[in-house]
Design a protein around this ligand. Structure first.
Ligand code: F6P
Length: 545
């Protein structure tokens, strides 16, 4: 049983009072009084430099936030997770994505058993398979080389590998077409397959449970597409379908040879599974060596998280800053703004990681929480966002803390492009923090009536994360940084970060509605009047088409 509710901890009320005292303090004043803060309020882990000086904090804020972390027993919770204890309370499971990137000589035990040998055995099988596909040794049923790889999965079985594939394209075999199909909307599969030759296409069906409606529907239709082109020869399945799952029976029942199944384990949460066999499509694309570099980067951050003292532990500090804005300064959302086109799916990936983990309304004892939990996470790559929603970030009425992620070197420097990109990144964080006062605007000669419109309040907090270049290792470091940030926030908010019961009700209701859509008839006794009317409208429209 949790003893103290999150908002009853002494540091919580101290932070609430401190927030009142500091609410109107401007970053302009903080920097004026404390010119060294950029040096003090930044840290490194692996290749990452994290500057958190443009936050509305003082030494006192950090002291209280760290006290909160200690009162919430963050270090103890972290150690329990890393030691393989059943920290996923509602599902009674360990949470050990860190074991997936742990070197072979570092045992990690679940229920007394070292899981590292099994982890590395699967990695070795994945590597052998990836090499076979990449070299052309693994051929399609008719003897043709595999040129297309289609990952069929959704949520954690799609977003991680899909995001990382996009991020690591410079490392990918450009002769391979790699696509990700997740949506049950047939359009997604149809568009992904329309220009592919079935004889050269490999499907990787990824589902932890192997029961997910969307993935099973896509896999079934993909199989039909393949067989239609290959004389309905069921023997073709073995050369064109492999599976990634924890459910061997489900895989067999679907008709995929268990020998073509890549295993992972119930102690790997779907949204934390990229480092497992779920990353198979990525490994095929970038090769085993680059994949292992990514794992190495994750491990670097795992060690940092496990070993760095709390006041220099970057995932802990970033988590605490998030708590500061969410719970004490009223921010409802958190923006992630990568200044790198290759990271264009990173915000979407983090949305699942963060919102499915900490979007919870009861504490670990099942009592409704009286404090805000996970924020809405969103974002787009820079500089595109600047011409879309940055207006609101600069002058809107909401406080939106934002992470800016950038790299000193580009894979495509193209003239001045990269310097322009970086100039924009830095300019935005500067403008958000320091703004432009009414006096400045008037002094620069703006007409009086326009001056308020051209004033920038500033005091908008940002974190800047810089690395030398977006490499597999750096991507791994970034992913682990955010994963551990999410964990720490879950501990402070006292929520169960590793379940996702909130997705279940919709699945059940969709099942009932699907039966009615299949029958072409709405059940007059089922549903609320709005849903029933909408269902009837759809049935009428679809008949008249
Ligand atoms: O419904 C949500 C969810 O369970 C996610 O947590 C998960 O990543 C996704 O569905 C896919 O699940 P599976 O890998 O079992 O198909």
């Amino acid at each position: 049983m949790t003893t103290k509710r999150a908002d009853h901890r002494p540091a919580w009320s101290a932070l609430a009072s401190h927030a009142e005292a500091i609410r109107d303090t401007h970053l302009r004043d903080l920097f004026r009084k404390d010119p060294d803060r950029a040096e003090r309020y930044s840290g490194t882990a692996g290749d990452l430099l994290v500057d958190y000086s443009k936050h509305r904090i003082t030494d006192e804020t950090l002291k209280l936030l760290l006290q909160l972390a200690r009162e919430a027993k963050v270090a103890k919770a972290r150690d329990a997770m890393l030691a393989g204890e059943s920290v996923n309370l509602t599902e009674k499971r360990a949470v050990l994505h860190t074991a997936l990137r742990s070197p072979p000589d570092r045992p990690v035990r679940v229920g007394g058993e070292d899981v590292t040998p099994a982890v590395h055995a699967v990695l070795d099988r994945m590597a052998a398979f990836s090499e076979a596909v990449r070299s052309g040794e693994w051929r399609g049923h008719t003897g043709r080389k595999i040129r297309n790889v289609v990952n069929l999965g959704i949520g954690g079985s799609d977003l991680g590998p899909g995001m990382a594939y996009e991020a690591l394209r410079p490392y990918a075999d450009r002769d391979l077409v790699v696509r990700y199909v997740s949506n049950v909307d047939g359009t997604h599969l149809a568009e992904a397959l329309h220009d592919l030759d079935p004889a050269e296409t490999l499907f990787i069906v990824v589902s932890k449970t192997f029961t997910t409606q969307e993935t099973m529907a896509n896999a079934t239709s993909a199989r039909a597409w393949l067989l239609a082109a290959l004389n309905d020869d069921e023997a073709a399945i073995a050369r064109h379908f492999v599976a990634v799952s924890t459910n061997a029976r489900g895989v067999r029942d679907f008709g995929i040879d268990p020998a073509s199944m890549f295993e992972f384990w119930d102690w790997v949460g779907g949204r934390y599974s990229l480092a497992s066999a779920v990353g198979l499509s990525l490994m095929v694309a970038i090769g085993p060596e680059a994949f292992r570099e990514m794992l190495g980067g994750m491990h670097t951050l795992d060690r940092h998280f496990a070993e760095a003292p709390l006041d220099r532990n970057l995932p802990v500090i970033l988590a605490l800053l998030g708590v500061w804005y969410r719970n004490f300064l009223g921010a409802a959302t958190h923006a992630v703004l990568p200044y790198d086109q290759y990271l264009h799916r990173f915000p979407a990936y983090l949305q699942q990681a963060d919102m499915e983990s900490n979007g919870k309304g009861v504490d670990r004892d099942g009592r409704p929480v009286a404090w805000a939990t996970g924020p809405v996470v969103w974002g787009e790559p820079g500089t595109n966002g600047q011409h879309a929603f940055f207006q609101l970030l600069h002058q809107g009425t909401d406080l939106v803390p934002a992470d800016f992620i950038g790299f000193a070197r580009s894979h495509h420097p193209l003239g001045r492009h990269h310097r322009m990109l970086l100039a924009n990144l830095l300019a935005q964080t500067e403008a958000l923090a320091f703004g432009r006062t009414l006096e400045d605007v008037l002094e620069e000669g703006a007409p009086k009536a326009l001056a308020p419109h051209r004033t920038f309040p500033g005091n908008r907090p940002t974190t800047t994360i810089l690395a030398p270049q977006l490499t597999p290792s750096v991507l791994g470091q970034l992913i682990a940084l955010y994963e551990h940030r999410i964990f720490v926030q879950g501990v402070i908010w006292d929520v169960c970060s590793y379940d996702q019961w909130g997705v279940e009700l919709g699945k059940v209701l969709a099942g009932r509605l699907l039966a009615e859509l299949d029958a072409g008839k709405a059940d007059p006794e089922a549903h609320d009047p709005s849903t029933r009317r909408l269902l009837e409208h759809i049935l009428t429209l679809s008949k008249s088409g």
